[in-house]
Design a binder for this molecule. Structure first.
Ligand SMILES: NC(=O)c1ccc[n+]([C@@H]2O[C@H](COP(=O)([O-])OP(=O)(O)OC[C@H]3O[C@@H](n4cnc5c(N)ncnc54)[C@H](O)[C@@H]3O)[C@@H](O)[C@H]2O)c1
Length: 426
């Protein structure tokens, strides 16, 4: 059913765990969005979610929910190994607007399928890069467009907890700030469209010596990524190589200055005028008030109110021109960069985009025996499994003390440092 502009929008949520609570609060901050159902196999989680958000009906099976409820909007808040299946199911049940969490999918084939099936069915696909709604990220984009720091040259970002998990936000944010703009429904820009945020090639390095997983997907111990964008800009990304975990922030150096980008603040250094200014960029007061009314405080949380509000506007517009900030076509580019970084590590060479390999190159490296685990013992840094990891407390204590992931693991494993090859493992 295509939503009309007068009826309330019927929203349903698949996967009612941690981030789904932010989606629910976001929807409840916007008049005219009714959460009619949730799909959650864990009975305890389902019950507390239903009670907290006063949701009329809960289902254990998403397909049954889609059949029964015929929602206008569906949030996909499951782990990313399930994203494609749940997006496809929603499309096949006639859902016209989908907000799927990041990272978009497990590999490029899945991400492409999600964009293609949505385009074929006229479904609007949004990906949960909600940080694009941070006011200072948008102001940074404007300032860069106006030439406030001259020609951008180098962007740096530091995160922990995995390339796909946290760095997806930073890569996406950098692309947004640099001015990527691929219209909804298309996969590439046309001549004349801003394309500084479009990657040309990448070079990546990956280490995986411990059996590290995130939400039931194997991930690397650490990763270094260099991304060459159009117009001469490069991004240098450090993932789990320092203790810094800053998915909200990045620094852009230009020929005439520098911008340190945070959610609602920018610090600008001008090389021309030798001055330094702090720019506070407040939220739209209407959004901030609506967010606070449902308990969403702080930039990370307020962004969910902004995201829901924009999603409603996108759902209701019929012109096809609504500038939703994080459509699937945009997130696909972010996803391709991450997959290309893995592929570069796999082949020890610079990888030009578009990426040809459709499978997840990290998984391929594991299958090919290119990343042997030198310290056996599977652990998962997210989800319920992380709660029972015996080293959890020590891990985060050491990270707070300033150690990077490989340094922490070396301490936990009782070795001086992570050796270079299996021969040096006792
Ligand atoms: N945008 C952000 O800033 C942000 C922040 C946190 C998490 N996330 C993303 O959100 C997604 C979910 O993460 P989370 O931390 O909320 O996980 P979670 O484990 O807290 O929640 C996932 C829920 O999905 C349920 N589930 C499992 N299989 C299901 C199925 N077949 N059908 C329906 N539900 C099912 C689980 O029981 C669980 O309650 C991940 O992709 C994660 O990367 C995004």
């Amino acid at each position: 059913m295509t939503p009309t502009t007068t009826e309330n929008l019927r929203v349903a949520i698949i996967g009612c765990g941690s981030i789904a609570t932010r989606h629910a609060q976001g929807y409840q901050s916007v008049p005219g969005m009714d959460i009619v159902a949730g799909a959650e196999p864990n009975q305890e989680t389902a019950q507390s979610f239903q009670e907290r958000f006063h949701i009329p009906r809960m289902y254990s099976d998403p397909t049954e929910m889609l059949q029964q409820e015929k929602p206008d909007i569906v949030s996909v808040c499951t782990w990313y190994l399930l994203h494609m299946a749940h997006v496809v199911a929603a499309v096949e049940h006639g859902v016209k607007v989908i907000l799927c969490e990041k990272p978009m999918a497990l590999n490029l084939a899945e991400a492409n399928r999600m964009v293609d099936i949505c385009a074929a069915h006229g479904t609007k696909l949004a990906i949960g890069h909600q940080r694009r709604f941070y006011p200072a990220w948008t102001r940074a984009r404007q300032l860069i467009g106006e030439g406030a720091i001259g020609q951008p040259v180098l962007v740096t970002g530091h995160v922990a907890d995995g390339l796909l998990n946290t760095c997806s936000h930073v890569i996406d944010g950098i692309r947004y700030a640099l001015g990527s703009a691929i219209p909804v429904g298309r996969k590439s820009p046309q001549p004349g469209e801003p394309a500084a945020g479009r990657a040309v090639w990448v070079m990546g390095a990956v280490e995986r010596k411990t059996d590290r997983w995130e939400r039931n997907v194997p991930i690397e111990d650490c990763c270094l990524g260099l991304v060459q964008f159009n117009e001469g800009v490069q991004a240098l990304l450090q993932i789990d190589l320092t203790a810094r975990n800053e998915p909200d922030c990045f620094t852009i150096q230009g020929t005439e200055g520098m911008l340190m980008v945070e959610p609602d603040q920018l610090r600008q250094i001008s090389l021309i005028h030798v001055d330094k200014i702090s720019i506070s960029v407040p939220w739209d007061p209407e959004i901030a008030i609506a967010a606070r009314a449902v308990g969403l405080e702080g930039a990370f949380n307020i962004a969910y109110a902004a995201q829901a509000r924009s999603l409603k506007a996108w759902a209701q517009e019929t012109s096809g021109n609504y500038p939703y900030r994080s459509p699937g076509s945009e997130a696909l580019q972010t996803h391709e960069i991450m997959m290309a970084l893995y592929q570069s590590a796999r082949d020890h060479e610079l990888v030009r985009l578009p990426l040809q390999v459709q499978q997840n190159p990290l998984n391929l490296m594991l299958e090919e025996g290119k990343l042997p685990v030198l310290y056996p013992g599977r652990y998962d840094i997210r989800g319920p499994e992380s709660q029972t990891w015996p080293h959890r407390e020590a891990y985060y204590r050491l990270r707070a003390a300033g150690l990077s992931h490989p340094e922490i693991m070396a301490r936990i494993l009782g070795v001086e440092s992570m050796p270079q090859d299996s021969a040096s493992v006792s």
